[in-house]
Design a protein around this ligand. Structure first.
Ligand SMILES: Nc1ncnc2c1ncn2[C@@H]1O[C@H](COP(=O)(O)OP(=O)(O)O)[C@@H](O)[C@H]1O
Ligand SMILES: [Mg+2]
Length: 253
């Protein structure tokens, strides 16, 4: 069965896209059939996969021009598939709301259910309708978090939103875990926040820490994941380990 996982945090620059792309690549490396959906109009995940976001069919074409969803899918050099995102998604966001078409994406992804083991959804840095669409499709959400002073602000809001949606039986989504990103343990504040997270959310925080690693930041300009760009880098190894933890949580293996 396809496991749909949203990567969300309404704060920008916390490592959502980097996590989405490298988790997708890590899952593909374990031969799991993986689809990445770029729900951010900034299209950073799309760029990172090397797919041309100017000449690609996005969910916009699917919604407005009735392009079948499978015609929006492209292959990446990391052996996972991607549904690209671009600025067109801004218009999609507005229309889903004004048309009262909530959960449009859940219905569309249902048609692809048997084609994939995992669908990873990268969401924009706001709690707008596109993010809600992602949260409604997902059976689990990963929250990337930078260990900084204000990092927890907003996360409670996101958790409340997920709980509200599932209390209304609109989704079975639950928070799968918190991922500590861009970690630099030489920084005392990062260490303190990291330890506080472990105390506050002992069952939610993933053991794997994603280090600040320049290779992860360089990889997108080559249109490949960090896993493929520099497999032996600390960043790549951390994402592979994180994917292992995720698989154990999701598949109970
Ligand atoms: N672990 C990391 N080490 C170094 N740079 C990182 C790491 N994670 C993300 N970055 C860089 O930080 C910036 C923000 O990350 P990104 O994944 O785009 O965040 P978001 O999607 O939450 O806005 C990007 O330039 C990205 O390349
Ligand atoms: Mg992003």
């Amino acid at each position: 069965m396809n496991k749909v996982i949203a990567i969300a945090n309404q704060k920008g620059g916390v490592g959502k896209t980097t996590t989405a792309v490298n988790i997708a690549a890590s899952l593909a490396a374990t031969k799991r059939r993986t689809l990445l959906v770029d729900l951010d109009p900034q299209g950073n995940a799309t760029t990172a996969t090397g797919v041309d976001n100017l000449n690609s069919k996005t969910l916009y074409s699917h919604y407005f021009e009735k392009t079948p969803i499978n015609k929006c899918i492209q292959k990446t050099k990391d052996n996972y598939d991607v549904i690209p995102g671009s600025e067109e998604l801004i218009a999609l966001e507005v229309s889903i709301r004004s048309d009262g078409n909530q959960a449009f994406l859940s219905k569309s992804l249902k048609d692809l259910e048997s084609n994939y083991d995992y669908t990873i959804i990268d969401t924009p840095p706001t709690l707008n309708q596109l993010t809600i669409e992602g949260l409604l499709c997902a059976s689990g959400t990963l929250i990337p978090l930078q260990c900084e002073y204000y990092s927890l602000e907003g996360v409670t809001g996101l958790m409340n939103t997920i709980n509200t949606l599932s209390n209304k039986n609109m989704t079975t989504n639950r928070v799968l875990g918190i991922v500590r990103t861009m970690v630099d343990m030489r920084n005392n504040l990062a260490k303190e926040v990291s330890e506080e997270l472990e105390r506050h959310f002992p069952s939610l925080v993933f053991n794997t820490l994603i280090p600040r690693n320049i290779k992860l930041a360089e990889a997108p300009s080559h249109g490949i994941s960090g896993i493929q760009y520099m497999p032996n880098s600390y960043g790549a190894k951390a994402y592979l380990a994180l994917a292992g933890e995720l698989i154990r949580r999701v598949e109970h293996v």
